[in-house]
Design a protein around this ligand. Structure first.
Ligand code: AOF
Ligand code: ZN
Length: 351
């Protein structure tokens, strides 16, 4: 990694632009990482930029270099790219080779690529060609942007986000699991945005039974997530939203049940641990992130297993449920990264 003092404010400004571009691939690049690239001339002016738009399509560097006017002398330019240029032949040829062939002499990067097919080889290729390569600019921002990709590459499982809404007095539902409207309309919209941002959304049996949730995205633009529900004994009644085939849904069960349209049943024998089996299945489906919407039994299970990366709690400022309600998971955590008012709620984010 390059010392932070080696980068100027101008470098940082241009790398922020590259990160902004990367985000434009949010829904289309996965399971590839989001990557942005900016080419600046000797005066530091942007002469070309691009991002990885589509899984299987050209990488950010290819698009950025294609946007540079042909008369530009790339040897005088600096290339800012948010991820280490790749060194392998995947669905596309190596970006490191392209940068070398086009005569680039100066490259700045946020993050090394954890993909074992690359993992430093991109840097080596560039340096062996005599290119100045510096890395680590806005490293934390780059990791946060691609936290789902990094989780899969480094932890071998999807990025897990636990989310719940709790009343002012710390309950998530009324007595016997009776659903209670806790969140304000602004929070509800935000939750739909969160659903669109993750590839899958998961609930446990009790929440599925009590709430009959649709787990789709209605209050925000964006794709519907894959729905995941744990239902060991196949207790969800026909006619339940999660079984309606309206969007792809996976049921994890101890029983055997044939798949139907948009509905697949994954049998996990009772002798087998459920969570590892679910993670294996999600890896096989190349799911990079899961928003776990409850209930507290599932949240507590994941908390105890250490299977979480981020926790988002919406706490009402006004709604009280009173003794007898379903108690919210208890958190004894450091790492509160965000705490703010959100309409009639407060949002707490831990990671
Ligand atoms: C880059 N620039 O914009 C991206 C990179 O199958 P492929 O050829 O698309 O390669 C996918 C892998 O390439 C992906 O897992 C990651 O390691 C890297 N992504 N690399 O130089 C890019 N998206
Ligand atoms: Zn590449």
């Amino acid at each position: 990694m390059t010392a932070p003092s080696d980068f100027t404010a101008h470098d940082e400004l241009l790398m922020r632009r590259a990160l902004d571009l990367a985000l434009l691939g949010q829904f289309t690049a996965r399971p590839n990482p989001m990557v942005g690239c900016v080419v600046a001339d000797a005066q530091g002016r942007i002469v070309g930029e691009g991002w990885h738009r589509q899984y299987g399509g050209p990488h950010a560097e290819v698009n950025a270099l294609a946007a540079v006017p042909p008369e530009t002398d790339l040897a005088e330019c600096r290339v800012y790219v948010t991820l280490e240029p790749c060194s392998h032949f995947g669905k596309t040829p190596p970006c490191a080779d392209l940068l070398i062939a086009r005569g680039v002499r100066d490259v700045v990067v946020c993050n090394a690529d954890p993909n074992p097919l690359v993992a430093g080889r991109g840097f080596t290729k560039l340096r062996e060609a005599g290119i100045r390569v510096r890395t680590g600019l806005l490293e934390a921002e780059g990791r946060r942007l691609n936290r789902r990709f990094f989780a899969v590459q480094e932890l071998g499982r999807p990025y897990m986000i636990l989310k719940w809404a709790e009343s002012k007095d710390g309950f998530v539902a009324g007595a016997g699991g009776q659903p209670v409207a806790i969140s304000c309309p602004t929070s509800r919209m935000l939750v739909h945005r969160w659903r669109a941002e993750e590839q899958a959304i998961m609930v446990g049996t009790r929440t599925a039974l009590n709430d009959n949730p649709q787990l789709n995205v209605r209050e925000w633009p964006g794709p519907d997530p894959l729905r995941l529900v744990i239902d060991r004994n196949l207790s969800l009644p026909a006619g339940h939203h999660l079984l309606d085939g309206s969007q792809p849904t996976v049921v994890y069960t101890n029983r055997e049940q044939p798949d139907a349209d948009n509905l697949s049943f994954v049998t996990v024998p009772p002798s087998q641990d459920l969570l590892p089996a679910i993670l294996d299945d999600l890896n096989a489906r190349r799911v990079q992130s899961v928003l776990v919407e409850g209930g507290p039994a599932l949240h507590n299970l994941l908390l105890q297993a250490g299977l979480w990366d981020e926790i988002r709690v919406l706490r009402s400022l006004h709604v009280r449920i009173g003794a007898g309600g379903v108690v919210a998971p208890s958190l004894n955590l450091t790492g509160l990264r965000e705490h703010r008012a959100l309409g009639a709620d407060e949002l707490f984010v831990f990671y």
